[in-house]
Design a binder for this molecule. Structure first.
Ligand code: 9D3
Length: 248
């Protein structure tokens, strides 16, 4: 699989993909990441990529011609695989694990990074397949959002994680959509705070029950919306009812 990222700040991407899982996946030939300067698709002397908005107002808008030319030169022809063109923008659909899984099924993801006040809407009409946001928070541009998308998708590609982990055991898939339980390592007591006894006892059935209940309790307290999508067993339901009763 490959990513092609189009940005006015290509230097921005010199760090994030040189470490950890993405670096390993690149070295292993599982993924290729191309970073492209939008200005290389301009033809004027000053490499202008933005202009003032029609209708007036503050800020600048990314011009359509360079972005559309970038997509048309980078996008794989259909005979070379399935490609999807994504624009990172605050107006996009919320990026989530399900969307990461969907993107992981393509042969190429072309990521257009928004900047300034926005992107000329004709770009969206002409070449963009999906607009994605990473959450209800204001960033300075789409570059960090694009990094988030690359990171989430790469770790889903077969072979990109060491055999000790598995993407299917992650918080939003493997624990059946629950948040993770708390974790502890040595020392058994730190600043007067002890590790829960059950984790020191070596009774693996008890430990599994404790972890499941911690995960259920945290999810209910912090992200009750996630419980909708969770397949709850009889024990889980009884535990949650008890939790709700004691909380009242
Ligand atoms: C000050 C301009 N804002 C007026 C309402 C709109 C605005 C435009 C561009 C706000 C932020 C940005 C830059 N952000 C992104 O391009 C972006 C983003 C984000 O800010 N939050 C979450 N996901 C994303 S994806 C791209």
């Amino acid at each position: 699989m490959r990513f092609d990222i189009v940005t006015i700040f290509p230097e921005f991407f010199s760090g994030p993909f040189e470490h950890g899982i993405i670096r390993r996946a690149k070295d292993a030939g599982i993924v290729g990441v191309g970073v492209h300067d939008l200005r290389s698709w301009t033809s004027d002397r000053h490499h202008v990529v933005d202009d003032r908005p029609f209708g007036g107002g503050a800020g600048m808008v990314l011009k359509p011609e360079p972005l559309v030319a970038a997509v048309e030169s980078l996008r794989l022809p259909p005979e070379r695989g399935r490609a999807v063109v994504v624009l990172t923008t605050p107006q996009g659909r919320l990026f989530d694990q399900r969307e990461a899984e969907r993107l992981a099924s393509f042969d190429q993801v072309v990521l257009l990074c928004g900047r300034y006040e926005g992107v000329d809407e004709r770009v969206v009409t002409a070449v963009v397949d999906e607009e994605l946001s990473i959450g209800d928070v204001v960033l300075s541009g789409g570059e960090l959002a694009a990094c988030v998308v690359v990171d989430a998708v790469v770790r889903l590609l077969p072979g990109s994680l060491g055999c000790e982990h598995s993407a299917s055991e992650d918080s939003f898939s493997g624990h059946g959509g629950l948040l993770d339980c708390p974790h502890y390592t040595r020392p058994a007591e730190f600043r007067g705070i002890a590790v829960p006894d059950v984790l020191l006892g070596g009774n693996h059935a008890e430990i599994a029950t404790w972890r499941r209940r911690q995960a259920l309790a945290r999810t209910w307290q912090r992200r009750p919306d996630l419980l909708e999508g969770v397949d709850l067993g009889e024990d889980d339901k009884r535990f949650l009812e008890e939790l709700k009763a004691t909380a009242k």
